[in-house]
Structure formats: structure tokens, C-alpha cells
Design a protein around this ligand. Structure first.
Ligand code: 9UX
Length: 72
């Protein structure tokens, strides 16, 4: 089913950071869309929860060198 995961991502300091994360996360199977706001550091990721969950999204972003955390 469709789900939206909201993350706060630490360590993004320029527009290239946003692009890097966006490109990598969009490629993950089950991810439908990725929206990242550099100013608020908030990210909204739409995905199929049967294919990919918040832990996988966080793991990928950490692997890229950033500091994501869930927020409500
Ligand atoms: Mo910009 Mo981001 O020079 O990791 S790409 S700071």
C-alpha cells in the first residue's frame, strides 16, 4: 500500500546534497516520489510499504553520509 514517510535530514548544506539524496532514493524499488526541502531540511517520501519501509530509506540516506531521522 501507499505510504508517506517524513524525515528530517541533517548534514545537507547545498542543492547538490539534495540532488544526491533525491537521485539515490528515487532509484530504490517501491519509491514513488521524493520531495526534499533544503531550507526546512524536511523530506517527504512516497513509497509502497510492502516493498520498502522507513528503515530502508534511512539506511540509504545514512549510507550517503547524511543524518536522517523520522519526524511526526
Ligand atoms: Mo554541496 Mo552536499 O558542495 O554533501 S554536495 S555540501
Amino acid at each position: 500500500g501507499n505510504d508517506t514517510t517524513m524525515l528530517e535530514i541533517g548534514g545537507m548544506t547545498c542543492a547538490s546534497c539534495v540532488q544526491t539524496i533525491q537521485s539515490a532514493v528515487e532509484l530504490l524499488p517501491g519509491v514513488a516520489s521524493v520531495n526534499i526541502n533544503l531550507l526546512t531540511t524536511q523530506a517527504s517520501i512516497k513509497h509502497d510499504r510492502n516493498l520498502i519501509g522507513p528503515r530502508d530509506l534511512i539506511a540509504k540516506i545514512e549510507e550517503l553520509g547524511y543524518e536522517p531521522q523520522l519526524y511526526t
